[in-house]
Design a protein. Structure first.
Length: 175
């Protein structure tokens, strides 16, 4: 049974869903919880435990005290998508990569657009750090949660590209 919750964050509400195997969905849209499995019945205690761990770790992350998530994940996707998401998980906190970097790491140097599509299909934002992917020209590129959120996440991690350093932020702006 899928367990669901909505968590507050400095970037707005985060919708989180978990199965007994791990976190299956994390989006910036609470409507994103209408996914994979119906509601009804009591949630599995293991799924609830995953939600509790996610809430704790996300709070630490936004407080600048967590650099690497240690959460069980239950991701559904194609083999290619999962390969891209595995590469995203390997990008260290405070660093970025380009779509081209990921395509080359997959031994598919011409697959930058496919990498971008897989990146955009990432079901677990922040934890699977798709926000750490930037365009080859040094600009932010896209982000399903919105560029202001991507900019804020990269600023939190100290990884904002030079082309974005002077842009005003609506999140985490302490100046």
């Amino acid at each position: 049974m899928l367990a669901r919750t909505v968590l507050p964050s400095p970037l707005g509400e985060l919708a989180v869903a978990a199965t007994p195997a791990g976190i299956a969905r994390l989006t910036f849209e609470p409507a994103g919880l209408e996914w994979r499995g119906g509601a009804g019945g009591a949630a599995d205690p293991a799924a609830l435990a995953h939600l509790e761990q996610a809430a704790e770790q996300l709070a630490l992350y936004f407080a600048g005290r967590l650099r690497r998530f240690d959460l069980a994940l239950d991701l559904e996707g194609t083999r290619f998508q999962r390969a891209v998401w595995d590469l995203l998980l390997a990008i260290p906190y405070g660093e970025t990569r380009t779509y081209e970097d990921l395509a080359r790491a997959l031994a598919r140097p011409g697959a930058s657009r496919a990498v971008g599509a897989a990146n955009g299909a990432n079901p677990v934002a922040i934890v699977v750090p798709c926000h750490r992917i930037v365009a080859g020209d040094g600009t932010l590129g896209g982000y399903r949660g919105g560029l202001d959120r991507k900019r804020a996440l990269l600023r939190l991690e100290g990884a904002l590209p030079a082309s974005e350093l002077r842009r005003p932020l609506s999140f985490f702006d302490s100046s």
